[in-house]
Design a protein around this ligand. Structure first.
Ligand SMILES: Nc1nc2c(c(=O)[nH]1)N[C@H]1C(S)=C(S)[C@@H](COP(=O)(O)OP(=O)(O)OC[C@H]3O[C@@H](n4cnc5c(N)ncnc54)[C@H](O)[C@@H]3O)O[C@H]1N2
Ligand code: MOO
Length: 407
């Protein structure tokens, strides 16, 4: 496989074929379960509403007393939300009731207060007729005890968490998240925020990978920066294994340079490793392997290459491990101007919308795989198939959206 260029689809298919969703569940309090995948079916533990409740502020009455306007009823008590009615409504009477309060026995209708007039201290005149059941929410109208409310596999969000809370759950069983360990490699790197010395640069890709991994339902461990030194690399790999990482993602050292030690070092500690050369640009060299149960994804060092490889390979892999459905970032757009023919590798060109309403896109001026500012500025990646002919203004284009909420 070393000397042939592997099509992107084939590489992705091999990677995903060997990936299984991670097993294991944990119980999390509702606020912490946001964004997690439900591990079991959830049944209601209570009926909602638990009692017939008033939907309005007004008077609980017998419908037969208010079939027509004009009746005068004596008000024999009051019931508010959180209280239990103390009397029954009998013919010719009403009980003052507030929204959310239990409907008293004997009442089968609520007349809203706007349809009544006070007549002395303890009686009211009904000014509008009301029908049986008006403004009453029957017990169990929302759901009943034992009813299946949320199916296993559901992505928990504001609405599903609120439903679980209403149904009597304070915590939920969720799938364990895949654990992704991230390791930058290279003598030239310093941690973000530290002033680089001569010949040094900031390690910028780790945080990008951290963001993408977490956005796709993973937990991350930052292993920091390993020097171009076998012992340093081995120590970092040990930390990933101690943490029970599902995937170790390395950045850099994936190419053919004398100091590209990641592959040989990992192999020397028993890792099965494949060196893929993928028919894509940026991001040609990729290392893929296993060390026991831990997968290894060795990304190329150039920051844009590392980012694009993460989007194309790591995002689908992590989503599969996390029990999440695949994300579809692909959209149709239109070329704002001509674009030169493509070479033999699929090219993911950073692009910007020149007219978002009409989907007009142009490639960013330089496509060099070291340009992080261009990446941060781009709206999308224009996807050019291998051997794609020259493009004219107005031609259709496939683009991958880059925004955090893109799908
Ligand atoms: N003779 C050849 N040279 C190169 C080839 C090739 O096929 N033959 N491939 C080129 C391509 S394409 C790429 S991509 C790079 C990939 O090389 P490595 O994975 O070994 O990456 P490094 O050499 O370690 O780094 C490349 C570049 O990226 C910078 N870097 C590394 N890590 C980070 C990080 N965490 N944050 C920011 N920047 C990082 C590093 O300083 C280098 O400038 O190889 C080409 N060469
Ligand atoms: O493929 Mo490299 O990733 O072109 O810079």
């Amino acid at each position: 496989m070393a000397n042939t260029l592997l099509p992107v689809e084939d590489a992705l298919a091999i990677l995903l074929a060997n990936a299984r969703p991670v097993s294991g569940t944990e119980m999390l309090a509702l606020p912490d379960a946001d964004g997690r995948i439900l591990a079991e079916d959830i049944l209601a533990r209570i009926t909602q509403p638990p009692f017939s409740a008033s939907a309005m502020d007004g008077y609980a009455v017998r419908a037969e007393d208010v079939e027509t306007a004009g009746a005068t009823l004596s008000v024999i008590g009051t019931v508010a939300a959180g209280q239990t009615p103390e009397q029954d409504v009998i013919p010719g009477t009403a009980i003052r009731i507030f929204t959310g309060a239990p409907v008293p026995p004997g009442a089968d209708c609520v007349v809203i207060q706007e349809d009544t007039e006070k007549r002395g201290e303890h009686s009211i005149l009904i000014t509008e007729a009301a029908a049986k059941g008006a403004h009453i929410r029957p017990a169990g109208q929302d759901f009943r005890d034992g009813q299946l409310l949320l199916a296993r596999g559901r992505l928990l969000d504001a609405r599903s968490l609120s439903l679980a809370a209403a149904a009597g759950h304070g915590a939920l069983p969720v799938c364990r998240q895949p654990r992704i360990a991230l390791l930058a490699t290279g003598d030239e790197l310093v941690p973000p925020g530290q002033k680089p010395g001569p010949g040094q640069i900031s390690a910028s890709s780790g945080v990008a990978l951290h963001s993408l991994a977490r956005m796709n339902g993973a937990q991350t461990l930052d292993l920091g920066i390993a020097r171009d030194d076998a012992a340093d690399l081995r120590a970092a790999v040990d930390r990933a294994r101690d943490w029970n990482a599902d995937v170790l993602m390395t950045i850099g050292g994936a190419s053919v340079g004398d100091r590209d030690l990641v592959g040989p070092t990992l192999q020397s500690i028993g890792m099965s490793l494949d060196f893929w050369k993928i028919a894509m640009r940026p991001g040609k060299p990729l290392m893929v392997g296993n060390l026991g149960d831990m997968k290894v994804l060795g990304l190329p060092g150039n920051p844009v290459s590392a980012f694009v490889c993460t989007l194309i390979f790591a995002e689908p892999l992590i989503r599969k491990l996390a029990n999440l459905t695949p994300r579809n970032r692909l959209h149709q757009a239109v070329a704002a101007g001509p674009i030169e023919p493509n070479g033999p590798r699929r090219h993911y060109m950073r692009g910007r919308f020149t007219d978002r309403a009409n989907g007009l896109v142009e490639p960013c001026e330089s496509q060099d795989s070291s340009l992080i500012a261009t990446l941060a500025d781009a709206d999308c990646l224009i996807v050019r198939p291998p051997g794609d002919e020259a493009i004219k203004a107005g031609d259709p284009l496939s683009v991958m959206m880059l925004a955090r909420d893109a799908d």
